[in-house]
Design a protein around this ligand. Structure first.
Ligand SMILES: C[S@@+](CC[C@H](N)C(=O)[O-])C[C@H]1O[C@@H](n2cnc3c(N)ncnc32)[C@H](O)[C@@H]1O
Length: 199
């Protein structure tokens, strides 16, 4: 688990009252890094996008606005986050443009579509076997598709954030992604790091 211990439990699988508070914090504090990550993905109107660990569904909502002719799939293993994200994205779900799943990323199915873009924000260090999961994600992406993994660690320094970025770059390279690069954005209280790779 390693870095996992650095994260508060409720952010790994929000549930109950504390989980609700964690969800609220994600909504209030997460928008800047979500918007930044989405901007790095150069989303197109017809993109098919997968988000892993959607939390309260803020990124899903932004993505669905950017993809009027596209399709957004999300997976999160928290029942509470599933309900909150569903509520936030009800209209787009009813229109059939957003598909939210409740489940563990370790059991990600094969989809009948291939994804242009994949993102995951402040989630990867909760995964048990990141490289295996990333190999599966690589399989379900289109050639030329882009993945973005962002992290803004809690209670850490900018240097530590960069260290995590290098670790995520290794994960992507070991899973078969190419053109792997790191972007860093200065933020309060600590920098966000986004690692991108191409299939
Ligand atoms: C810190 S929150 C981040 C939520 C959102 N991405 C954001 O930035 O606001 C991490 C989310 O990942 C989900 N998560 C963690 N491990 C997961 C796993 N193995 N499978 C699916 N979801 C997972 C949690 O339930 C939680 O909603």
């Amino acid at each position: 688990m390693g870095i996992f211990k650095k994260f508060e439990r409720q952010f790994g699988k929000p549930q109950g009252l504390l989980g609700r508070i964690a969800g609220k914090l994600m909504e209030l504090k997460g928008t800047e890094k979500i918007e930044w990550t989405i901007s790095l993905l150069d989303i197109q109107k017809d993109d098919k996008v997968l988000e892993i660990g959607y939390g309260p569904g803020v990124a899903i909502e932004l993505l669905s606005k950017l993809t009027p002719n596209g399709y957004i799939v999300g997976i999160d293993h928290s029942d509470l986050m599933f309900k909150q994200a569903q509520k936030r994205n009800l209209a787009a779900i009813k229109e059939g443009r957003v598909d939210l799943r409740l489940g563990d990323v370790a059991n990600l199915p094969l989809f009948d579509i291939a994804f242009d873009k994949v993102l995951s924000i402040n989630t990867i260090f909760f995964w048990e076997n990141p490289v295996e999961i990333l190999k599966h994600i690589h399989r379900i992406m289109k050639p030329g598709g882009v993945i973005a993994l962002t992290i803004q660690p809690f209670n850490e320094t900018d240097e530590k954030a960069k260290e995590y970025g290098h670790q995520m770059m290794n994960y992507l390279e070991n899973a078969g992604f190419t053109n792997v690069r790191m972007e860093i954005k200065s933020m309060k209280p600590v920098a966000s790091v986004c690692v991108l790779g191409m299939k």
